[in-house]
Write a protein that binds this ligand. Structure first.
Ligand code: MBD
Ligand code: FE
Length: 281
């Protein structure tokens, strides 16, 4: 990895915080009863840990300093999406019958350029990596194709960097909104992403080092699949054989979401077919 393109905490972290503020529209008003319940339980769990583990003043002050620094680094989106979002996703999607969901993570940007299938994702001349043809069909739970379904896709490049969060990449590099054809089929030409390493120079990296954890997510494609009359699903797809597919730092891998690409017929990279199934709205 070159220092030039290293996604530092300062660059990607602060950027993710700004983007979160811009992108997220909250349903207004969590009730007083609900805030009381949830805040009491979370604060209670912290206090219980302190009492049971006999936390010292040194440890308490280290935590205090670290929490302050997470905000200053802009790494709250990164911290929460890596260590907390997977449980929120589990709750949100527990009653779905279609394709499994996974976490959105901190690097989604809405309104990426629209492309009709078959599409090639925006990329640089000479974009590095292994070409990947990613294709399949979008259907309902009964197997009926959903014409004109939308496949929003975003992923890291061959060095593990996301456009708009690492310096030097074109704005929409490896991001698009792909419209499936009249049979619900999509065909996307891209470059296989590299595994993603949590920036080592920020608060999340410091926590990882202090705890002796590793900092990796397996290589992944991020997706949001939608069609009129159906529930949008946010998911991710991974690659069989990836070193970290079994120990994702973000706990976001599910066995149903692991791809096994095969060499393309023309010898140019790999291809894989994955069919998405959407629950009715
Ligand atoms: C990522 O690329 C990601 O998908 C998540 C969830 C957290 C950090 C980086
Ligand atoms: Fe990601």
């Amino acid at each position: 990895m070159t220092t030039e393109t290293q996604a530092t905490a300062a660059a990607s972290g602060a950027n993710a915080t700004d983007r979160f503020r811009e992108n997220k529209k909250f349903a207004a008003g969590t009730s007083q009863e609900r805030v009381d319940l949830l805040a009491s339980r979370v604060i209670g769990a912290i206090n219980q840990t302190i009492l049971e583990e006999k936390v010292t003043y040194d440890e308490y002050n280290a935590l205090k300093a670290w929490l302050i620094q997470v905000g200053e680094d802009g790494e709250w989106p990164l911290f929460l999406d890596v260590w907390v979002e997977h449980s929120v996703e589990q709750v949100a999607n527990e009653n779905r019958g279609g394709t499994k969901g996974s976490i959105e993570g901190p690097y989604y940007i809405p309104d990426a350029p629209k492309l009709e299938s078959p599409a090639t994702l925006p990329m640089r001349d000479g974009e590095q990596g292994t070409p990947l043809l990613f294709q399949g069909r979008v259907t309902d739970v009964a197997g009926k194709p959903l014409p004109g379904a939308t496949v929003e896709i975003w992923h890291a490049d061959d060095l593990g960097f996301y456009s708009q969060f690492a310096p030097g990449l074109p704005e929409w590099n490896l991001r698009a909104t792909v419209i499936a054809d009249q049979n619900g089929d999509y065909r996307i030409h891209t470059m296989q992403p590299a595994p993603y390493q949590i920036p080592t120079d920020g608060s999340c990296g410091k926590l990882i080092a202090a705890a002796g954890w590793h900092a990796w997510r397996p290589a992944h494609l991020h997706l949001k699949i939608s069609a009129p009359g159906h529930q949008l699903i946010t998911s991710q797809l991974y690659f069989k054989g990836d070193e970290h597919v079994g120990d994702d730092i973000a706990s976001a891998v599910k066995p149903e979401l692991i791809l096994d690409p095969t060499p393309q017929a023309d010898g140019n990279g790999c291809e894989v077919t994955y069919n998405f199934v959407l629950d009715a709205a």
